[in-house]
Design a protein around this ligand. Structure first.
Ligand SMILES: Nc1ncnc2c1ncn2[C@@H]1O[C@H](COP(=O)(O)OP(=O)(O)OP(=O)(O)O)[C@@H](O)[C@H]1O
Length: 352
């Protein structure tokens, strides 16, 4: 299913939860909507599901207007499947019945699928790897298994659009990672368009074809995970997705000199015009290095966190507090005086 969101807004009294959202989602695309708490992600998903109507603009699905201030097609007439954070399983139904129920009661199930619902249920149970758990009740399942039932129930009727609202957030870290692969498999197997809401950037980066980064009810940037991570357009995206340090300085054409180390020349890896206008360089923690040699920005180590594969340092300079991630060969202690630099692979001053 393709979706076209045009100038969509949603106000609650005097409060604007969504403002002039414009977005096109291609048929079969996996789109992640990423943003901090309260930025309007769930509000947008509710508009797409048909639980709520926009107060401005239009939402089209496969070329047909389904949501506008005057008219909203109810959820059951939209050919969608939904998966929520809470699983929302029925406590009195076993795993098989969950899948069967959705096949027998979803308005858009093809007659052939409905007729063959037992075979389809077996197929879905295999897809979500619960064929040996079909008779279990929800209370007898682990968190990951419950999540898979919710997913199976949503995909069984072969909806053209799957809406997911933080579906992995109640799982532990290990399961969340395992479920990412399963969601990708399901996307590949079903070919459905997926709109996936999360505030976890690593989830969005790992799975999505494209990401929409939202902030305070507006879209900050739309792009592939690589574009968003490597080339953030705004300071918000640079900080939120890449955890970038926004170092102040002067841009001269394609080189940057930090105010606190004016002799350094940092190259332009594709920094946006907006960030250049703001006279900052977005350096992600892994792009920075520390050294004892006296070149770069003088800094003091204020925090050290050993992470096994790398070390996360926090350093303070006159201009701010910055995060630097290094490999294990760099060893500094709290209180050490060091110099903050761009990693030598990036730093042009090394060639001078
Ligand atoms: N029915 C409502 N009445 C008034 N304000 C609302 C209503 N629904 C949402 N809001 C407000 O709209 C804003 C966006 O809410 P929304 O639930 O979309 O955020 P979110 O990005 O999904 O956040 P989270 O990640 O915490 O779920 C919030 O400030 C919220 O308080």
């Amino acid at each position: 299913m393709s979706i076209c969101i045009k100038e969509v807004g949603r106000t609650f009294g005097a409060f604007t939860a969504l403002d002039k959202i414009n977005l096109i989602v291609e048929d079969g695309e996996f789109l992640a909507i990423l943003g901090p708490s309260g930025c309007g992600k769930t509000t947008l998903l509710r508009l797409l599901a048909g639980f709520d109507a926009p107060t401005a603009g239009t939402i089209e699905m496969d070329g047909r207007i389904v949501g506008s201030p005057r008219h909203s097609l109810p959820p059951e007439q939209r050919n969608i499947g939904m998966v929520f954070q809470s699983f929302a399983l029925w406590p009195h139904m076993n795993v098989r019945k969950h899948i069967e129920f959705s096949l027998l009661h979803h308005q858009y199930v093809r007659t052939a699928l409905k007729k063959e619902y037992k075979q389809r249920t077996d197929e879905v149970l295999r897809m979500i790897k619960l064929q040996h758990f079909a008779d279990r009740m929800p209370a007898e399942l682990s968190g990951g298994q419950k999540q898979r039932v919710a997913l199976g129930r949503a995909i069984a009727p072969q909806p053209k659009l799957l809406l997911m609202d933080e579906p992995l957030s109640s799982l532990d870290a290990e399961l969340r990672i395992a479920m990412r692969g399963e969601l990708q498999d399901i996307h590949r197997l079903t070919g459905a368009t997926i709109i996936y809401v999360t505030h976890d950037q690593s989830e969005a980066l790992a799975m999505a074809d494209r990401m929409v980064v939202m902030n305070r009810g507006t879209v900050e940037q739309i792009g592939t995970p690589k574009e968003i991570y490597m080339h953030p357009k705004t300071d918000f995206v640079a900080r939120f997705v890449g955890k970038a340090n926004l170092i102040k300085g002067t841009w001269t054409g394609k080189t940057f000199s930090p105010d606190e180390a004016p002799d350094s020349r940092w190259p332009d890896p594709g920094v946006s015009e907006l960030l250049k206008k703001q006279a900052v360089y977005p350096a992600r923690p892994e792009q920075l290095a520390l050294s004892r040699a006296s070149s770069g920005i003088p800094a003091t180590v204020t925090n050290v966190q050993y992470q096994g594969k790398e070390i996360h340092y926090t350093v303070r300079t006159n201009g701010g507090i910055w995060r630097v991630d290094t490999d294990l060969s760099q060893n500094y202690d709290m209180g050490d005086s060091v110099f903050l630099k761009l990693k030598s692979t990036y730093d042009l001053s090394a060639e001078m």
